[in-house]
Design a binder for this molecule. Structure first.
Ligand SMILES: Nc1ncnc2c1ncn2[C@@H]1O[C@H](COP(=O)(O)OP(=O)(O)OP(=O)(O)O)[C@@H](O)[C@H]1O
Ligand SMILES: [Mg+2]
Length: 411
C-alpha cells in the first residue's frame, strides 16, 4: 500500500479562529483513507502570496479561498491554477468576481423566488471622466426618485446593488428619507427595494456543499448576539424549504459556501440577501454555531480532495431556466432545482463518504472544542476585534457558548 498525499490549501486574509480549529481537528483526525489499494493522507497548509510564473505547476488539490474577493494577485493565481492545473477551489473565483447581489436577485426572480420588488437607479454623483458629460446629457433621463415610493410601498430599503457588511443600507419609512438616502448615496449604484415588513422570522441559512444550517437571526441585537441560539423556531418543512432555496442559489452560482438570508411574512419566505460567497466564519459572530461550520469546512474539503471530484469551472444555467419556464407551482419547481443542486453537490455520495471515512469526526471535534487549543483560537480572534478590557469577558462568553454546543449537540 502506498501513501498518497492530497494537499489542501487555505487561502486566508484576516481569518484567525476557524483555520486554527480546522488545522487542530485535522491533526487529531490524522486521516488515512483507503483509496484504490492505497492510503490517502491529507496535508493542510496556508497559501502564501508571492510572484508566480503563469506556467508553474500547482501543488494543491483543493484550495479553500477566503481572500481573493479583495486581494487580486491571489485571485489571479487561483484563476490560473484552475485554468491550467485543474485546481479545485471554493468558491469559483469568476462567480465571486462577477455575480453581485444584483445578478443574484435577477436570476432568482427568474426562477420564481419571491424576492421583494427592486429597482436600480443611476448614481447620484460621478467620477468626472471625459465621456461622462456627453453620455449623460445625451442619454440620462431625468427622474424623480420619490416616484419609486408609491410603486414599491413604504417602508423600503435603499442599499448598494453589490452590497455587503451592511454598508450604505438605509431603511426609509417615507419619501423624505428616500430622497435623503439617495442624496447621500454618492457614487454608489443603489437599489431601492420594497421591505419585507412586518416579518416574523429572519433566518440565515449557511450552505457548505450539500450541508446547510439554519439559524434564527436577530438583526437588531449587538453583533455577538445576532446569530441566536434558539432552537425549534420553524417547522421541519420550512427548514427543508430554506435548505432547497440555499442549495439552489449555491448550485446556480457555483458558490460552495455562502449564506442566504430570508424573511418570513404571512407564512411566505422572501430571500433578501444571498450573495455572500465568503460568509462570516468568525467565532465572534457564530459562537454556538461555529463548530458546525468548522466541521462543514472539514467534511466538504476532505471529500473534494479525497475523491478528486472535478470542479465545475463554468456555470450552466440552462437546466434551471428550463424548469422555470415549465409547468407547476414554485414549490414543485423548487424541488426540481434542488435535485439539480443535489446532483451537482453529489449529496448522496458525500453522505456515504462521511459515514465511511469521517465517522470519528464528531467525537474528535467534540473533544477538540473543549481544549485549551480551541480556547486559544477563540481568544486570538477576540483579541483582534475587542478592546483590551473586554478580551477576557468575551473569550469566556464565546467559549462557554461552544461548551453549550458540546453539551447539546456535540456527540
Ligand atoms: N427588503 C428588505 N426587507 C426587510 N429588511 C431588509 C431588506 N433589505 C435589507 N433589510 C435589512 O437590512 C439588513 C442589511 O441588508 P442586506 O443584507 O441586503 O445588506 P448587506 O450589506 O448584504 O448586509 P450583511 O452583509 O450584513 O448581510 C438586512 O439584514 C435586513 O435587516
Ligand atoms: Mg445581509
Amino acid at each position: 500500500m502506498t501513501e498518497i498525499t492530497r494537499n489542501i490549501g487555505l487561502s486566508l486574509g484576516a481569518d484567525i479562529c476557524w483555520p486554527a480549529c480546522y488545522e487542530g481537528i485535522m491533526r487529531r483526525l490524522d486521516l488515512r483513507i483507503p483509496h484504490q489499494g492505497n492510503t490517502l493522507r491529507m496535508h493542510v497548509e496556508r497559501v502564501t502570496i508571492e510572484p508566480f510564473d503563469l506556467m508553474q505547476s500547482c501543488k494543491y488539490d483543493v484550495v479553500i479561498d477566503r481572500l481573493t474577493h479583495w486581494y487580486h494577485t491571489s485571485r489571479e493565481w487561483i484563476k490560473k491554477a484552475i485554468v491550467m492545473n485543474d485546481l479545485y477551489v471554493f468558491n469559483n473565483p469568476w462567480a465571486v468576481q462577477s455575480m453581485e447581489k444584483h445578478t443574484s436577485y435577477c436570476a432568482m426572480m427568474r426562477l420564481g423566488m419571491p424576492i421583494p420588488g427592486t429597482w436600480m437607479i443611476p448614481p447620484k454623483d460621478y467620477e468626472p471622466t471625459p465621456d461622462l458629460q456627453p453620455t449623460l446629457s445625451r442619454y440620462a433621463k431625468l427622474f424623480d426618485v420619490g416616484r419609486l415610493g408609491p410603486k414599491l410601498g413604504y417602508p423600503l430599503f435603499v442599499k448598494p446593488y453589490d452590497g455587503g457588511g451592511w454598508r450604505g443600507v438605509t431603511r426609509c419609512p417615507d419619501e423624505a428619507k428616500l430622497r435623503q438616502a439617495y442624496d447621500e448615496s454618492g457614487k454608489t449604484v443603489m437599489h431601492v427595494q420594497a421591505a419585507v415588513a412586518p416579518f416574523d422570522r429572519f433566518v440565515r441559512c449557511i450552505g457548505f456543499g450539500p450541508q446547510t444550517h439554519s439559524v434564527l437571526y436577530d438583526p437588531d441585537a449587538p453583533l455577538h448576539d445576532r446569530y441566536t441560539m434558539q432552537r425549534d423556531f420553524i417547522s421541519q418543512k420550512e427548514l427543508d424549504h430554506l435548505r432547497k432555496i440555499t442549495l439552489t442559489i449555491n448550485a446556480f452560482f457555483g458558490w460552495e459556501f455562502n449564506s442566504c438570508e430570508s424573511l418570513r411574512r404571512d407564512g411566505v419566505w422572501h430571500p433578501i440577501d444571498f450573495a455572500n460567497p465568503c460568509p462570516d466564519s468568525q467565532v465572534t459572530s457564530l459562537h454556538y454555531h461555529f463548530p458546525w461550520l468548522v466541521k462543514s469546512y472539514i467534511k466538504w474539503s476532505v471529500f473534494c480532495a479525497a475523491t478528486k471530484r472535478k470542479m465545475r469551472q463554468t456555470l450552466d444555467w440552462t437546466p434551471f431556466y428550463e424548469i422555470a419556464a415549465g409547468e407547476g407551482t414554485f414549490e414543485e419547481k423548487l424541488d426540481q432545482y434542488a435535485q439539480i443542486a443535489d446532483q451537482r453537490f453529489e449529496t448522496t455520495r458525500f453522505e456515504e463518504f462521511c459515514d465511511k471515512h469521517l465517522g470519528h469526526l464528531d467525537e474528535v471535534a467534540h473533544e477538540f472544542f473543549g481544549t485549551e487549543e480551541a480556547k486559544t483560537a477563540v481568544r486570538q480572534k477576540v483579541t483582534a476585534l475587542f478592546p483590551q478590557h473586554e478580551i477576557d469577558q468575551f473569550t469566556e462568553l464565546f467559549f462557554n457558548r461552544i461548551q453549550e454546543w458540546r453539551r447539546v449537540e456535540g456527540r
